[in-house]
Design a protein around this ligand. Sequence first.
Ligand code: CTP
Ligand code: MG
Length: 400
Amino acid sequence: MERPLKDIWAVILAAGSGTRLADASGGVRKQYLEHRGAPLFWLSARTFSRVAGLRGLVFVFPPDDADAMEKRVRQYFRSEDLGLKWRVCAGGERRQDSVRNGLDALPKGCDGVLVHDAARPFASARLVAGLIETLDGGARGVVPAIEVTDTVKRVADHVVAETLDRAELRAVQTPQAFEAALLRQAHQRALAEGWEVTDDASMVEHLAEVAVIPGERGNVKITTPGDLEQLRENKVTVPCVGWGYDVHRFGGENDRPMRLGGVPIAGGPTVKAHSDGDVLLHALTDAVLGTFGGGDIGTHFPDTDPKFSGADSAVLLRETLAMAEEAGARVIHADLTVIAQIPRLAPHARQIAGNVCRLLGLEGDRVNFKATTEEKLGFTGEKKGIKAVATVTALRELNA
Ligand code: CTP
Ligand code: MG
């Protein structure tokens, strides 16, 4: 077989019924349990997507579910492009039947394949990369395995039949990686000769040497109710900081009268703007968006949309705060700076800070306002325009 392999795919097995866990999971098949906002099979897909050299994924789902799951996988790829090709197929009665169906769904040119249990959501990208590296180094099959810490005995009729030498024993995990043709051949033999196995290496080792690399203690298989503890999430409250910046050009007689933080600045220059031209509230709104990954103000309130012509920036800020709340972010603090040569802003500072406090629904000392000039340098120094920056802190509940 040519090295390195050119077309490596992973088969993600999610076609089991999860019987040992069914009572504790409320009947949900374990591969569909959610962790960090995604079902277990998708967590594995994400891990594979971080490994260079992997071309595509075959998801194997229970036959009664495969069509519905294909639609769901398509949606997942739409909202989170993993940069991999993908296919969905129906599994079979036993794990090895599901693998065989997965192999049949691989593209013709595929020369390397990793088989992975969706029930092992914590396998790392580093582990996957190590398997591919070993395969590329010439191994025809490779599995991750960890040393056994218990003493293992063979038991028959409730009596110890034999004590095995622990130093020789390993607990084997997935993903397991093989030359695609070799794994296909092994599955054909297994079918023809009636082998019953619980992993793929058990078949392949009849035909070729299977290499072993160190597995990971964290790469557990969610199997029994006690394992659900591993999926429990610790939420922590984290301060998230957003930053915003905006500029407006000074205008002529017919442009908008200056407002900063919702406060009219009497006698100030006018500004050119599509909305009400409140440079400070625009910077503040962008900073609020920044606290929860909300994108930018232009996406939510495009200035090409006539609906926002002359729009009251306080309303845009209010809508953005509602988005933040929806996303679980609560704004607790803002630090604001306006940069302008004119007008003098010190006389308005208290009123601006107070008004922004009101708009954010915060107590008085949670908003700081300051103004500065740029020493007659640049466009503010030349009195051509005004700029504002805002830093907002919000508290979010995130997974630890
Ligand atoms: N699997 C599969 N097709 C089967 C059986 C199992 O794709 N016919 C998959 C499971 O979805 C799981 C992996 O193989 O990701 C390992 O199997 P196991 O831990 O035994 O899962 P289940 O068979 O679903 O659980 P149980 O044995 O408790 O029913
Ligand atoms: Mg099983």
